[in-house]
Design a binder for this molecule. Sequence first.
Ligand SMILES: Nc1ncnc2c1ncn2[C@@H]1O[C@H](COP(=O)(O)OP(=O)(O)O)[C@@H](O)[C@H]1O
Ligand SMILES: [Mg+2]
Length: 319
Amino acid sequence: MSEQVLEKDLVSAVGHDIQDTIDTPIDLEATFRESHVQEILDRLDQELVGLQAVKNKIKEMAALLLVDRVRKSLGLTAGAPTLHMTFLGNPGMGKTTVAMRMAEILHRLGYIRKENVMLVTRDDLVGQGIGQTAPKTREVLNNAMGGVLLVDEAYTLFRPDNPGDFGLEAIEILMQVMENQRDDLVVILAGYKQQMEHFFHSNPGMNSRIGLHIEFNDYSVDNLMVIAQSILVSQHYHFSRDAEKAFREYLIRRKAMPHFANARSVRNAIDRARLRQANRLLNIRDRQVTRDDLMTIEAADILASRVFRDGVPDCEAES
Ligand SMILES: Nc1ncnc2c1ncn2[C@@H]1O[C@H](COP(=O)(O)OP(=O)(O)O)[C@@H](O)[C@H]1O
Ligand SMILES: [Mg+2]
């Protein structure tokens, strides 16, 4: 239904009846403006620091989808674009965030009925015993239908070392639905680059159903600093000059340790620094606390981390 509404919108945006438009130039820019997709792209730009290559790809995809819609409204049919995607990259890179914006774009352009992203992992799809996986996977797919299904760490569905693994059943069903109901469900498979490449190599049928591969390359320390600053600003905090230096040093060390999760680790580190700051402030006895005190993260709030004291992350479970 949303498809019809959009086509009507597009035709009215173009300002002509379909029959009359065959040789009439089309104001694509106006059509793009009226789709309000730019607002979503802008929001993505604000939400996520860096990731220029990812943002460019999303923009290109949006352009393709818009042009496809305009062409279709003029009777220029082509195969429907393959909308299933894969997001390759380490944890905390913004993959889930991008998936949510992508769903909004697909919805605005009338490719899906609802802009929901259903987030699942292997455990949501695969059962423990014989006969459990198919109904489990089907139920998830039914609930996701009309929107986007994001399978996180999708490579875990394939366990070649365990030939009887039920993950294969989930893969089979997923592939069928990706083929047969491609006009009503967009599947995004996310996960570590290497593991996902191995997954696609072993499951070529899956690979051939994917229209867009997007790589999320790890953030540099400079990028992570910008992410930290933007998180702080949004929370009405800032680093003192020494704290900024300490945090940079923290990132350099933390990045080299296990379970580093990019922007998510930055967010967690800032949460812990806030905790230490609060305790430090409560221990000030000789004076009253100022507004600036309440806003400032000092070097001490960073340097108390186990990363500096013991050379290990504060929270081993962080992923
Ligand atoms: N480039 C970025 N700039 C600012 N915040 C980011 C960036 N990338 C990720 N984040 C934040 O990090 C957290 C994890 O992001 P998420 O989209 O869940 O990553 P992933 O799905 O790759 O693990 C979220 O709070 C998100 O807002
Ligand atoms: Mg995620």
